[in-house]
Design a protein around this ligand. Sequence first.
Ligand SMILES: [Zn+2]
Length: 123
Amino acid sequence: MHEFSIVQSILDTVEGYARQSSASSVKRVVIRAGAISGIEPHLLQIAFDTFKGHTVCSEAALEIIIEPLKVECCSCSKIAENTNPLFRCPFCGSTDVRLLNGEDLILERIEMESSDAETQDSP
Ligand SMILES: [Zn+2]
């Protein structure tokens, strides 16, 4: 399934970051997905919960932010924001629009718990 491979690469990336900052565990993973990225948020949640088990993310919650679609009109140069993927300019009605975003999947934020910080906080 599409979502499974996405989750695998998210987990790989998060694990890399966690190792870099010597974090003991990850609390929350926030991803930003474009409106037409083809992501099914609930499938992504299921995939995340299925695969996080033996990783640094085993206690982590996944948060998915769906980004509204943004298109630039090639006729009137205006930028429209719309989550409804009708590729039509709402200002002049032109269908000659350029997609500015919507297909991306971005790892927005990782909240980690560091073992080092814990030792410093309670000496
Ligand atoms: Zn237009």
